[in-house]
Design a protein around this ligand. Sequence first.
Ligand code: AMP
Ligand code: ZN
Ligand code: FE
Ligand code: FE
Length: 279
Amino acid sequence: MRVDLHTHSSVSDGTDEPAVLVRNAVAAGLDVVALADHDTFDGLAEARDEARRAGIVLVPALEMSCEVAGASVHLLGYGPDVADPALGRELERIREGRENRVLAMLARLATLGYPLSAEEVAAQAADATSIGRPHIADALVTKGFFPGRDEVFAGLLADDGPAYVDRYATPLRTAVALLRAAGGVPVLAHPWGRASRRRLTPEVIAATAEVGLAGLEAHHTDHDPATEAELAALAESLGLIVTGGSDHHGLGKPDNPLGVRLTGTDQWRRLRGLLSEVW
Ligand code: AMP
Ligand code: ZN
Ligand code: FE
Ligand code: FE
């Protein structure tokens, strides 16, 4: 079975519309795909309708912006009630932080000699209810300042870049509790990718498992094979599910095609057992 539990659509910072993403998942030979847009469920209804037509299992999901000791970490949530009021309010708070921070980053960009209007960014985020740095990057590319998203993320908009502005993110333990209360299954996304390795120590992961974390996304392109193996071993020692996914963003991340990383069939069956429904 081919199970990809991490994808994004144009409702956040991917480039495929939700229905297109589902058709592409079928074309990529996937049996199960999770749509996990950043901080929003807005693509799920369209994806569900297409999944029913196309004959593929769709897992309703999201990737929530969280923080541990002030550092950004991402939490995947599988199968929560998308109408849960407390979770919905928290997601709204995160999205509001995203909107405000775009304006702050535009102000920085202007002083750095890269003038960009809010309208130009909005045009790149046409379908998105969850706006982010990739949309600003796309606007800079459209204006001819840079060849692609990568060059923007390598400089101006890097985490320590001159135009970077921080934004609100949910404390990790709070997010785990909110997802659990909404019937969802929380899984740490790319725990040891990029900068998060320093914060998500085995001790922090173990403590989060005690308050409801269910799994670790070991199989991710931000992890080298040794890191994947270490994370899988840590998950096993803590009784956590081991997941994997492509983190597909369409044209926004050309190195992450659908299915480039997968969840093992046995691990998928464990996760499936914790979900009240799939679509
Ligand atoms: P934000 O959530 O607005 O801070 O932006 C972070 C998003 O940018 C994440 O979803 C990443 O997947 C994406 N991202 C990070 N680095 C890159 C890159 N080099 N190229 C394209 N997208 C990236
Ligand atoms: Zn993204
Ligand atoms: Fe992520
Ligand atoms: Fe992601």
